[in-house]
Design a protein around this ligand. Sequence first.
Ligand code: NAI
Length: 301
Amino acid sequence: KSKKYAKAATKEIKTAGVIGAGIMGGGIAYQSALKGVPAVMKDIKQDALDLGMKEAGKILKKGVERGKVNNEKMIKVLSSITPTLLNDAVKDVDIVVEAVVENPKVKGSVLAEIEGVIGDDAILTSNTSTISITELAKNLKHPEKFCGMHFFNPVHKMPLVEIIRGEKTSDDTVNAVVAYALKLGKTPIVVNDCPGFLVNRVLFPYLAGFAGMVDEGVDFVGIDKVMEKQFGWPMGPAYLSDVVGIDTADHCTVVMESGFPTRMKRDESSAIAKLAAAERYGQKNGKGFYVYGTDKKGKPT
Ligand code: NAI
């Protein structure tokens, strides 16, 4: 079905801008550059830009070692990502994917700022995990040119991209964004708007159930082992929360509660909220449920 949308696209995406060079922004810029769409990657912190470039280099190096990528391609991909601290650098791109912190206020002002910089023809998207696209569009002059483009982590491995249609998103916008996702080698699905969209409306009740068990005193390492080894999932909920980012997961619970106050009631004293308050953000700062760093494979130690 996604091919149908792409076929109807009137705008081709040739250049991209990514706002936020964190776990997701860095991955999106890398994937775009890999598939021949040069990406400007903007952050407010030089450290984040450096880390984003380093991570892209690491993935490419692995590709070289496995014989999947040659040196020439590695250089081409890296030189197709332009790290920058300036909003102005995205003024000529065809699409912007916003990937800053999961906070409606911050996203609202970043999106309005970027809308003021990009050209009349450009498309604006948000990689938000949970925030309603219709709500985010309220700050924008052109909500018809805005939609959700929700990638999954790690971007270079996960095929799914949710394309979220807000109340005012135009068909042209959806078509062009689906076509861009396909160009990136992804599997886009077009979904309607509501907090959490499709995947996170399933995932967050699961994580809330897990956090509740930890609060009751069940060992999270044991839960992970059962879910991975016996149940067969690629990672258990504690490890998954560390990969996602405990801060991000915690922010998402705030948004989910606002959308589903009864079903998704936030528990301030849950393991995830407590770890976030203790600034144990997961793999991104070396400690979350697990402590990272001594195992070369990045596995929990
Ligand atoms: P992160 O914390 O790794 O990165 C966020 C980046 O945004 C940081 O580098 C920060 O410096 C930058 N930033 C903050 N304010 C900014 C601004 N005004 N302008 C430019 N850059 C700014 O977060 P992560 O995990 O990459 O998440 C980003 C977005 O992607 C969030 O909306 C999150 O919900 C969503 N997402 C996260 C997934 C995950 O597994 N971590 C999966 C799918 C979506």
